[in-house]
Design a protein around this ligand. Structure first.
Ligand code: 13P
Ligand code: SF4
Length: 306
């Protein structure tokens, strides 16, 4: 038996012993996605965190995702195998800065992308993900929306609403560095391919893409579409599932640099240690948790677009 298989067997044994479930984001390493009980986008993972009947959730993703699971399922122990796996975009807005901005727009509702800290969620009226951002914004009564922290997602939403969107200056470094030139080059190389882009990409990229989806939206679309070739404008972890689930179709990365180091921080060894030593426990102070849960639960009542 090779070393990798030994680790996999140990993980599966410990998973049973701890009554644990492994949730993984679509950007995680292939071997982490393969061992997970559920792989999905931010919205799907939040729903799974509630639905899974387990004592322990091992969250293979970044900090805000594990934190959301802990907020939504406070009775479960939530573990993040690599405590330093954080989202740079989530760090681009603080609760203090948001409180200051809210004073400037007293009539605005605050919509916060789930890529944010629990404190920021607690300061917001409702959360959204890339799978439901337009629906969330249009579900609100307020005409003015303070949208944090992703300026690209805010801009994307502004095209599908009559509301005034006030964007924050945050962005995802991985998606923001995908340029229109990358798409143009990839289209020249693969003229029959459909371009699927994530709404964290800049407007100039979305303008020359065929479809815009969350990560799970892309997976569903690629499965159902008659096209056999796709250019993928998002993080490269997506290639694993897309290729595995569609062996007869071809997938090309729009940019070879679209890699999120934070999403690659967890490996089989750290996952095993997480289950072995029950590390790292993610908890949220009660007062923050109650308010943040309200924003997340309000979001979960809104239907996802895809
Ligand atoms: P989704 O999987 O929800 O589309 O999120 C993308 C992302 O960047 C998560 O960090
Ligand atoms: Fe954050 Fe972007 Fe990485 Fe997602 S891909 S965790 S938004 S930096």
């Amino acid at each position: 038996m090779d070393d990798m298989q030994i680790i996999i067997d140990k993980i599966n044994d410990l998973k049973k012993k701890r009554n644990a479930v492994i949730l993984a984001h679509n950007y995680e390493r292939g071997e982490i996605q393969d061992i997970a009980d559920f792989t999905g986008d931010s919205l799907g993972l939040s729903q799974q965190a509630i639905e899974q009947e387990a004592d322990v959730i091992v969250f293979c993703g970044v900090h805000f995702m594990a934190e959301s699971a802990a907020i939504l399922s406070p009775e479960k122990t939530v573990l993040l195998p690599e405590i330093y796996a954080g989202c740079p975009m989530a760090s681009m807005v603080t609760a203090d800065a948001l409180r200051t901005e809210k004073k400037k727009y007293p009539n605005a509702a605050v919509v916060c992308y789930v890529n944010s800290t629990a404190e920021v969620k607690a300061e917001s009226d409702i959360c959204c993900t890339s799978a439901n951002a337009v629906e969330v914004v249009n579900s609100l009564e307020e005409q003015e929306i303070l949208f944090v922290p992703d300026k690209n997602l805010a801009d994307y939403v502004s095209r599908f609403t009559t509301k005034t969107i006030i964007p924050w200056e945050g962005y995802c470094p991985t998606h923001n560095q995908i340029l229109p030139e990358d798409i143009i080059k990839a289209k020249k190389e693969h003229p029959n391919a459909e371009v699927l882009a994530h709404p964290e990409c800049r407007r100039e990229v979305l303008d020359i893409s065929d479809k815009v989806f969350s990560t799970t939206g892309m997976i569903s679309y690629a499965r159902e579409s008659d096209s056999t070739e796709f250019i993928i404008a998002t993080e490269n972890g997506m290639m694993h599932r897309l290729r595995k689930e569609n062996p007869d179709k071809s997938f090309y990365m729009a940019s070879e640099f679209a890699v999120c180091p934070e999403m690659k921080a967890i490996n089989l060894q750290t996952l095993l240690q997480s289950l072995e030593f029950m590390q790292y426990k993610i908890t949220v102070p009660d007062d923050i948790q109650v308010k943040a849960r309200h924003s997340l639960e309000r979001m979960l009542k809104v239907k996802r677009s895809r």
